[in-house]
Design a protein around this ligand. Structure first.
Ligand code: PMP
Length: 419
């Protein structure tokens, strides 16, 4: 992320890298790669733990064992023996790959089972599976919102896949202030006479801030205003609600939500994405979303992984309990140290640094001390909002958390973030 941040700084502050700008800076880019202190790579866990990993420094070629805070394996199920066995068994039956798109023959009974299961967990009638969460949003939103006379209102902090779905739809879209029901209400009032239909797209848990949407207030707003509500539950599916059915379920607002979406790459320990709603909406997406029609589907082994993971989420509540315990424990320690965690409450724990220079120095020192997290840099966020993002997992132990807090406390004092 640091490298992309620097590249973006060189290319300009828009936050969007345009191809023509890249072409213009091609020589600089070469320089950038040589000059950039590419200090580490290959940081995905290979050992038996989802929370510890050996990371080799490109800089001095040394290996450091790090506590890992950068992956979304919230429940640590990517290492659950039953999940691994389910994937292996499916490979023995189906082989590797998926061959083609769902429409043209890549779809098998495992995919069907996921669509039904996720819809059931979300308390919706039907579901449609996509190869990733990203393309689920792109495919579903571009289909549902297509039309000249629709307006899409999106929270300012929604994921890039939602933004791309809006762009592909051809409809007009506008952001409203993050989590501001007042701004949303005033935009609805301002525009409702001008458009045939208004779509409101939000996330239940926001991926960079770890805060949650005012779901009940937005559901209430629907009582007096007719709009279509789409909620991305990527960071809450499997974690909140009965059997992991998500935050809308936990808040009791499922009936007010027209379409729910989740990725299968986080709590569900695989890859893929599902959107769920009534049968008519799902049929519409199935026949009109290019991302569904023209893209290969999830491999059978990845599908088998999801089915097993969802079964474990239902039958072994310990993983969810451990995640929430870890989140509470880590968060309390950090707050006691006086770190700035913004409005976050979910297992996404941002630590606001608010200075790019301090963050870059600190990131390196954290790594050298055996802690790996991800820095969220400018222009992904504003300069004064740069932060580390620590993702809590059920796989973290108390020792991992204690050690991380110890080092954070020391470095926080060194860099004047806390007293
Ligand atoms: N929606 C949100 C809110 C996300 O955070 C992400 C992934 N980070 C996605 C969608 C896309 O999911 P995937 O990475 O599984 O394609």
């Amino acid at each position: 992320s640091m490298q992309i941040g620097m590249l973006r700084q060189k290319l300009g502050s828009s936050g969007i890298i345009r191809l023509k700008d890249v072409a213009r800076h091609i020589d600089n880019l070469k320089d950038l790669q040589l000059q950039e202190d590419v200090w580490c790579y290959d940081r995905y866990p290979k050992q038996s733990s989802s929370a510890k990993v050996m990371i080799k420094s490109h800089h001095n070629n040394k290996e450091h064992e790090c506590v890992l805070w950068s992956v979304n394996h919230y429940l640590g199920l990517n290492r659950h023996p039953k999940v691994i066995k389910a994937a292996q068994d499916a490979i023995a039956v189906y082989g590797t790959g998926s061959g083609t798109s769902a429409m043209s023959g890549g779809f098998c009974e495992l995919h069907k089972k996921i669509e039904e299961k996720v819809a059931q967990l979300f308390h919706k009638e039907a579901g449609i599976i996509f190869p990733t969460g990203y393309t689920a949003n792109v495919g579903a939103i571009s289909s549902l919102c297509a039309g000249r006379n629709s307006l899409i209102l999106i929270d300012r902090e929604v994921h890039a896949s939602i933004l791309d779905g809006c762009k592909f739809s051809g409809a007009k879209y506008l952001p409203f202030k993050h989590n501001s029901v007042d701004d949303l209400r005033s935009k609805i009032n301002k525009y409702k006479e001008l458009y045939d239909q208004i779509f409101v797209i939000i996330e239940s848990v926001y991926s960079m801030s770890g805060d949650i949407a005012p779901l009940r207030e937005i559901a209430d707003l629907k009582q007096s205003n007719n709009f279509f509500l789409y909620v991305d539950e990527a960071h809450s599916f499997g974690i909140y609600g009965k059997n992991g059915g998500g935050l809308c379920l936990e808040m009791g607002i499922t009936d007010s939500v027209d379409m729910l979406m989740t990725t299968l790459s986080k709590a569900a320990a695989s890859v893929g994405g599902v959107v769920a709603g009534n049968k008519e909406l799902c049929s519409l997406i199935q026949v009109s979303a290019n991302a569904y029609i023209f893209q290969c589907c999830v491999t059978p082994s990845s599908a088998a992984t999801v089915i097993e993971a969802l079964d474990i989420i239902e039958k072994e509540p310990i993983h969810r309990e451990t995640l929430h315990d870890n989140n509470r424990y880590f968060r309390e320690k950090l707050l006691k140290l006086n770190f700035d965690l913004g409005e976050s409450i979910s297992p996404i724990v941002p630590i606001y640094i608010r200075s790019q220079t301090i963050m870059q120095n600190m990131e390196k020192e954290l790594y050298e001390r055996g802690i790996f997290s991800v820095s969220v840099t400018y222009p992904g966020v504003k300069f004064n909002e740069v932060r580390f993002r620590f993702i809590v997992s059920a796989a973290h132990t108390r020792q991992h958390i204690d050690y991380t807090c110890e080092v954070l406390s020391e470095l926080g004092k060194k860099y004047g973030l806390i007293e």
